[in-house]
Write a protein that binds this ligand. Sequence first.
Ligand code: COA
Length: 439
Amino acid sequence: MAKLAEAESTSFVEWFRAAAPYIHAFRGKTFVLAFGGEAMLREDFVDLVYDINLLNALGVRLVLVHGVRPQVEERLAAEAQYVQGRRVTDADALEHVKDAVGSVRVDIESLLSVGLPNTPMAGADIRVASGNYVTAQPAGIVDGIDLQFTGEVRKIAVDPIRDRLNAGEIVLLSPLGYSPTGEVFNLTLEEVATHAAIALEADKLVFILDHGDTVDAKGHRINRVTAAQVTKLLRELPEGDMKLYLPHAAHACKKGVGKVHLISADVDGAVLMELFTHAGVGTMVTRQSVENLRPAKIDDVGGILSVIEPLEAEGILVRRSRERLEQEVEQFFVDELDGRIVGCVALYPFPETGAGEMACLAVAREFQRGGRGDALLTTVEEAAIELGLTQLFVLTTRTAHWFIERGFIQGQPEDLPAPRKALYNWQRRSKVLIKKLSV
Ligand SMILES: CC(C)(COP(=O)(O)OP(=O)(O)OC[C@H]1O[C@@H](n2cnc3c(N)ncnc32)[C@H](O)[C@@H]1OP(=O)(O)O)[C@@H](O)C(=O)NCCC(=O)NCCS
């Protein structure tokens, strides 16, 4: 029992420490969090409210966008008519939409008002602002059918929303918009959320998926995707919220929203896992890859050590001390992903022989098999060519095939430049692999 408590406290302490950089990074940032009306019908909806409370407590400026689909459907007597995936909202349906929005909004406000002791909401004292922040216009006539009170977002009242956020309030937007002619229009939550995130220049837009998971057609998790990759991905995706939200996510990224996260409502603690852990549990959409392959700096030594130490412990890489790394850091290139070093490689030139040694090629275990090894190798090859070198060699005990598959051929210790040959460790008996560089 004591052991279990000890293990639990160790993982808690480790987790809490690991969250610190995110806590720093998120303070004062604007997040738009969108969830469907289905989310509110779930028993665990209160957990999402707790997470919203936590983000608010950490100083995140939060805009919530809710849906009302099931609540409207429940109220409608007749089945709704759809044109190109859009619901026709007649005057009667609009009354039900207004009714559902009012009721859902009050429910959300009341859940965010809880301050009971012995709950994560103790002492929360959250203020929620909602109102006529969204201006809409009619969607018009599509395929000869008048969509009536189905609308499109025309404008988001950015300054008034910012004022509320500056006052520390959470802003709650509904899928409704008001027109200057005094009419009300039915909108989709994804459209409101996307427009709000773009207009507010949000740092993050988060969609909670009610239907389906963040996986591809084969059931593999889609961890990261760039806006440019979305079109191709959409062709392969099965129907579900992922397919519904991805085009909006890509659009938001192209229009300047920092990152868009799609998270399944079925994963417990998904919002926190996605936002506060590096690997995440959902899909992150970014405009460009947030990966950066670059020459290393002295500040990267800690990050490089975290990648190579586990491999040194396994005997795959030769041990390098921190001091040695600090001295040689200028020989290194690092692969940085979201501020974390996930791979590295070093190039030691022997200009008098026209050869360069590639060493310490490593990718952190959880980031392997993503083409990063290849990218690091290409970087070193390009750097070597720039230095006027004509061949690259590498010494390895366990990764010979990886290099051979990439154009290296087996050589002998005798082929090494004299200064390197003198240091060759005959006990380790590493294989010498050589690649001619084509200029
Ligand atoms: C070698 C290494 C850098 C490749 O990184 P990576 O980002 O996974 O590389 P890529 O995604 O470009 O390539 C992955 C492929 O290499 C293969 N591979 C990985 N290790 C291998 C090895 N020891 N021998 C042969 N192939 C290997 C994988 O099976 C995968 O093949 P697949 O695409 O057919 O599934 C990484 O596996 C690593 O850090 N290994 C430990 C350190 C090491 O051995 N360094 C070399 C000595 S200097």
